[in-house]
Write a protein that binds this ligand. Sequence first.
Ligand code: SF4
Length: 287
Amino acid sequence: MTAGPALLDPPSARRRAGAGLQGLDTTEVERSDRLALMRSGELGSVHSWELVTAVDGPGTRMTVFLAGCPLRCLYCHNPDTLAMKDGGAVLADDLLARVARYRGVFAATDGGLTLSGGEVLMQPAFAARVLRGAQELGVHTCLDTSGFLGANATDAMLDDTDLVLLDVKAGDEETYRRVTGRSLAPTLAFGRRLAERGVGVWVRFVLVPGLTDDPANVARVADHVAAIDAVRPGTVQRVEVLPFHQMARDKWAELGRTYELAGTEPPSPEATEAVREVFRTRGLTTC
Ligand code: SF4
């Protein structure tokens, strides 16, 4: 998920530590047991985790990247997480034990746990189990998602989610499909549902020259976000306009996949600021 468009942030805005599945016991269980445990939410397919500051939500966070995603974004920064098999088998209890170790850091920085991906809602039972466990530990929780599988999120799961980082990748169906290969409508429906339930949202929009920067597209994204906020004013706490950059190019090459944006330049600071202004004219807070 998300999908981590934060990985498109300028490196200066980011600080990450930790990597891979370090410290998480990867589980050797029989295939039949594994399926049952995944269905119950006790076991998930996790690509990696990182300790981050100033990205993926407030404060210092443990961001956990779940494997599997139904979208195929042209600018995906984590193309190595798109299949469920790209992750290792991790027990929810082992993950929560790691979360518990950072409680002091989270408390000191107003941080917490962020579930990201890939797409978290490919594994809704596991995500729900981990979010519930984190809440029981008193840890702030974020869900980083495209919203495409929002229907997989139960109300109970949303009640255990303090903040949703919602990627709105385009403003009309045609552009959204070009960017992701999928439909925009489920994301907007999920956004409205979050507003109705009173779950706070940080919207993320990746500005890609020649792909998402058409003024009509930007205006429609801003209109959609304003409409979500209108359901319950204050729902959309901020809009992050993330300038595209080429940090993912090497990953695509390593995977032997065709990277259609190989020749795309990042937007200028002025162009990025102009897009932020479009959101501000709708009364939204940007950064
Ligand atoms: S394909 Fe899109 S939604 Fe999926 S992980 Fe990549 S950027 Fe995120």
